[in-house]
Design a protein around this ligand. Structure first.
Ligand code: GLC
Length: 553
């Protein structure tokens, strides 16, 4: 099948306020998508050159990870300037061209906004360092004197998410809080200048035509730093704290999002927003409320083992929650923070649970288990058909449509993730899912650009390239294109109905007679009545083989 044959007509109605509810959103990690100038780093003109590819996929929207000026201490999530483009990625005028190109193709654009922390190179932080203790400039961040007789100890024993202390000392002796890398100082959201400035940033990009925002670490902005700071030994577990943790998921954060919503709603159509908030399902509605961000990521399927009971429980729970608060559910298997799901599903089952500690990057250094690549891909294909048949919006991560595997063999010297450095190499980090995409079977960087690639692509990448899959009717790329085209004709806001019957399977119907059935079991099962329109693997006569999803009408 060629990309011309699979092109689907897009509605892309620019006036539709509810477009995000059932959207298929494709995440682009810009430095690793397409490189237009051969410097080894992907850029905005590179994305523009690939809009025909995005059209051929049949997505509704792009979510663009940070493209702002950044020293890349954390892959761009350390932002130097919220209202500009990193010169290595292009200019504001390139950004305008990207908006125009996507909108011209009927594709919306969501940008990432990073409000919990700036980078240490942001003008505000530089001013804070220069201005010294007690200054107004320091009040935009969270500075404290150290503990111990001479203040040489950090103010508390809190750990950063990436490992090591959450406090770093400045040359004048004071300490500042950084929940992530030391190059990512946390902002003080009690400071009105901080609040106002983010409203300006929301308006800046909304005025330039962006359709929505993905809000990074949305659950951390408001903190209770009442002294004495409690030791980590007495802190409640984040996932059980229900708003009682001093750092995460505090009730006060919603006041900020209510202010944001007013700004977002001042546009026609209102700009959408989706929270990245690692909170228990029951607390998610707070972020997804109509007077807040409107939608929140649900990482429950991403964290679930390949198990029909677990999948069903997650789906039921999230659909019920989304209905209750008038939002729409989100579904996601992969993003720039986690091991690609085609690899996860090929890992041996961890008796302690695949997602032990909630760690998003589970390939620990030096102890990689053997990956069953065939099983991983087979399950990934079955999983995506299941996900795309669900009510709600689906978030895809660049490269998953190629069935791309995690790159586990990146040489240590080339690793970039602060999680690797701050854990002193114990965590391999997230670089393995951020390796630039292979577009062609061969060539210096497999068609990524005319130069090299900022993360080394392995030799096996060519086999996964767009070129290798483009005209193969059995390829994963073809499966995604067909699935998105079928979904476009059938997806509605309506819920699903479960059909109970065969053990080890999940079978449900949607309006229009659309049925999805997945076999999680070891033996083939009977297919239900109906015409099969798509299946994630070849059928076994009239049977649905193991680890396979079929759509019937
Ligand atoms: C979010 C991002 C992740 C980043 C972190 C700190 O979780 O997805 O990539 O490292 O926030 O900004």
């Amino acid at each position: 099948m060629t990309s011309t044959e699979t092109q689907v007509s897009r509605s892309g109605d620019p006036t539709d306020a509810d477009w995000w509810r059932q959207a298929v959103v494709y995440q682009i990690y810009p430095r690793s998508f397409a490189d237009s100038n051969g410097d080894g780093v992907g850029d905005l003109p590179g994305i523009i050159s690939r809009v025909p590819y995005l059209t051929s996929l049949g997505i509704d929207a792009v979510w663009l990870s940070p493209f702002y000026p950044s020293a890349l201490a954390d892959g761009g999530y350390d932002v130097d300037d919220y209202r500009d483009v990193d010169p290595r990625l292009g200019t504001l005028s390139d950004f305008d061209d990207l908006v125009a190109a996507l909108h011209g193709a009927g594709i919306k654009l969501i940008v990432d906004i990073v409000p919990n922390h700036t980078s240490n190179l942001h003008t505000w932080f530089q001013e804070a360092l220069a201005a010294g203790p007690g200054s107004a400039a320091r009040d935009r961040y969270i500075f404290r004197d150290g503990a111990g007789p001479d203040g040489s100890e950090p103010p508390s024993d809190w750990d950063s998410v990436f490992g090591g202390s959450a406090w770093a000392q400045t040359p004048d002796g004071q300490w500042y809080l950084h929940l992530f890398a030391a190059e990512q100082p946390d902002l003080n959201w009690d400071n009105s200048e901080v609040r106002d400035d983010f409203l300006t940033t929301l308006r800046f990009w909304s005025d330039r035509g962006v359709d929505g925002f993905r809000v990074d670490v949305a659950h951390a902005l408001v903190k209770d730093l009442t002294e004495p700071l409690p030791s980590k030994t007495v802190l409640p577990r984040q996932s059980e704290s229900l708003g009682a943790h001093p750092l995460w998921d505090r009730e006060g954060v919603h006041e900020i999002y209510r202010e944001w919503r007013k700004v977002l709603n001042s546009y026609d159509p209102p700009r959408s927003a989706v929270a990245e908030a690692f909170v228990p399902a029951a607390r998610r509605a707070r972020y997804a409320s109509a007077d807040g961000l409107g939608q929140a990521f649900n990482f429950d399927l991403l964290q679930a083992d390949w198990d029909f009971g677990k999948f069903r429980q997650v789906i039921e729970e999230n659909l019920a929650l989304a209905e209750e608060n008038g939002s729409s559910s989100t579904w996601v298997f992969s993003n720039h923070d986690v091991v690609r799901h085609a690899t996860r599903y090929g890992l041996p089952r961890d008796p302690e649970g695949l997602w032990q500690d909630g760690k998003a990057w589970l390939l620990s250094n030096g102890t990689e288990p053997t990956v069953d690549v065939e099983q991983g891909l087979r399950r990934a294909r079955a999983a995506v058909l299941l996900m795309l048949a669900l009510p709600g919006s689906a978030y895809l991560y660049q490269g998953e449509e190629l069935g791309l595997q995690e790159v586990g063999e990146l040489p240590a010297a080339s690793l970039q993730d602060p999680a690797y450095f701050r854990s002193k190499g114990a965590e391999k980090g997230r670089d393995g899912c951020r390796v630039p995409l292979p577009w062609t079977i061969g060539g210096l960087s497999f068609g990524f650009g005319s130069g090299g690639s900022h993360l080394l692509q392995p030799t096996w990448f060519g086999g996964y390239s767009v070129e290798a899959q483009e005209s193969d009717p059995t390829s994963t790329l073809t499966l995604y294109r067909k699935a998105l085209a079928v979904r476009r004709g059938l997806q509605t806001n309506a819920g699903l109905e479960w059909i109970d019957g065969v053990e080890w399977s999940l079978h449900f119907t949607r309006p229009g007679g659309w049925q999805s059935v997945t076999n999680f079991g070891a033996a083939p099962i009977e297919l239900p009545e109906g015409a099969v329109v798509l299946s994630s693997a070849p059928l076994d006569g009239d049977k649905l083989p193991t680890d396979t999803t079929a759509w019937l009408i």
